[in-house]
Write a protein that binds this ligand. Structure first.
Ligand SMILES: [Zn+2]
Length: 59
């Protein structure tokens, strides 16, 4: 399991995105804060290297 931190381009909130694959670009994700969906690109992925095997909440 790979975990990425995404930043919503609509509201600017950050959220975690977990995926079975590390290639998540082009996928669509719905923001848990504002409800709008956006495409996962390098602009919204905050840290592609933050690949952990366990979920970790960051503030
Ligand atoms: Zn949002």
């Amino acid at each position: 399991m790979y975990v990425f931190k995404l930043k919503c381009p609509h509201c600017g909130n950050e959220m975690l995105y977990s995926s079975k694959t590390r290639f998540i670009k082009g996928k669509r994700k719905r923001c848990v804060y504002c409800g709008k969906s956006f495409e996962v690109s390098s602009a919204v992925v905050k840290d592609l290297n933050a690949i952990n095997t366990k979920m970790r909440e960051t503030k």
